[in-house]
Design a protein around this ligand. Structure first.
Ligand SMILES: [Zn+2]
Length: 447
């Protein structure tokens, strides 16, 4: 009796937990996952080697590590020495494996490693990365290293229509059927070495700040002509994102003093003493983005390498600059990891801010989950870009895309099951963040 009573309670409880407003929660998860997996992604951020560059390399497992290397550096691996070993084709695979395997057991848990494992399994049919498999896996990677592999991995397997690449001027020559590109103009904030280059390229003489600003203007004209879809700034790697409001007189004095002493002061002195000029010129870049109708992508949050101070890239530091440039469209990258809630507060408050989750799912899927969960509740749906691989190799973008679709499906379904919104609203949101918002923000000729 007692037994059948507890069985009845168990069955009742199971029924209650698997139905939401009369719906079956497993069914909700399944249908949402199916829809999310069918959405053709717009991938907002990559650093892919061009396919020709990739095809020219002798490929193996150790050429695919990318962010896994960052975790190895954080785990104590010497960066310079290991890069020599991993990138030198004359070093035997066994020696590379020996170096790699000193860290692999303690870093295979990270999401960077999970993305690599997923790519190895799905794209090369190798279940685990181990002493038994690294040789065969490396052979398979090299066997696939031929023209057409990018289309196979990105278009067919990852379901990506367009990847927006940050690879410098080479980006202008990418195949428009699969790629678009952004360009960096950060050099204009730190003109120490670049003035002679610009003088030669533009056939101009630069003696004043006005000349320098005119050269920046020219760079924008050329960026438009070349078809770049945004300006990217990675300056967070060099300095704080706190760009002060510096007037032209102060910037001019700084420019003159630095140019007069060019060649006589160290890079560090340049960096320190040029701060007013950097602040001023970044303000000019932001203003020009409005003038030339290009979004400004800014790196915020985590750094990919070691010995960094993440507080200098807290996105909140950008708020005064963003308020001073209301007509500029700011795309704040990487979910501001770990400053997600601050970033969401900015997007909720500032009409000219769009958030980009490029890189985020391989930093931490659970952070990505929390970020989207909170974004749904706080930020209009057209202000979130939900996927960017941020890899050098398409295998990385593939692993990342899988993790993205899984996380997005889970959070959207959970919100349906909680009763926050309907299934229809959830899938509409998925289409916006994974595709339609990026098409609009970067002006892509797609529907
Ligand atoms: Zn990047």
């Amino acid at each position: 009796m007692r037994r059948s009573y507890s069985l009845a309670v168990f069955v009742m409880a199971a029924l209650v937990s698997s139905t939401v407003g009369g719906q079956d929660s497993a069914g909700v998860r399944k249908r949402i996952a199916q829809t999310v997996s069918s959405i053709r992604l717009i991938d907002t951020h990559e650093h892919f080697w061009t396919e020709a560059e990739r095809n020219a390399k002798q490929m193996n497992l150790f050429q695919l590590l990318h962010y896994v290397s960052s975790d190895m550096w954080a785990d104590g691996l010497d960066r310079t020495g290991s890069e020599k070993v991993f990138n030198d084709p004359s070093v035997p695979l066994e020696q590379k494996w020996e170096m790699f395997n000193r860290h692999w057991p303690t870093m295979r848990n990270t999401a960077y490693s999970r993305a690599l494992l997923r790519a190895a399994k799905d794209l090369y049919g190798v279940e685990d990365i181990s002493a038994e498999s690294y040789h065969a896996l490396s052979e398979k990677i090299q066997a696939a290293n031929r023209p057409g592999w990018y289309a196979e991995v990105l278009r067919k397997r990852a379901g990506i229509d367009i990847s927006i690449c940050d690879i410098g001027q080479a980006g202008a020559k990418l195949d428009p059927a699969m790629f678009r590109a952004v360009i960096r103009l950060d050099e204009f904030t730190l003109p120490a070495d670049i003035i002679p280059v610009v003088e030669k390229r533009d056939k101009v003489t630069i003696t004043s700040l006005a000349d320098w600003e005119a050269a920046l203007d020219q760079a924008f004209v050329r960026a438009k002509e070349a078809g770049f879809v945004a300006i990217k700034s990675g300056l967070a790697y060099n300095r704080s994102l706190n760009y002060r409001d510096v007037n032209q007189t102060e910037a001019e004095a700084c420019f003159k003093s630095l140019v007069a002493r060019r060649g006589t002061i160290s890079r560090d002195e340049w960096r320190r003493e040029s701060l007013p000029l950097q602040d001023y010129m970044f303000g000019r870049i932001a203003a020009n983005c409005a003038k030339y109708n290009l979004p400004l992508q800014i790196h915020t949050g985590l750094f990919y390498d070691t010995w960094r101070d993440v507080t200098q890239s807290n996105p909140s530091l950008l708020t005064p600059l963003i308020i001073r440039n209301p007509k500029t469209r700011f795309v704040l990258m990487h979910g501001g990891y770990p400053y997600g809630t601050e970033l969401l507060a900015m997007a909720k408050n500032l009409p000219n801010v769009v958030l980009d989750m490029c890189w985020v799912y391989v930093i931490s899927p659970s952070y990505a989950y929390r970020f989207i969960n909170e974004a749904i509740e706080t930020v209009p749906a057209d202000k979130l870009l939900g996927f960017g691989g941020d890899y050098q190799v398409p295998e990385g973008a593939y692993g990342h895309a899988v993790m993205c679709r899984e996380t997005v499906s889970r959070v959207l379904a959970d919100k349906v099951i909680e009763g926050y919104w309907t299934e229809e609203e959830a899938v509409k949101y998925a289409r916006l963040i994974l595709r339609e918002n990026a098409i609009r923000v970067f002006g892509l000729p797609l529907s």
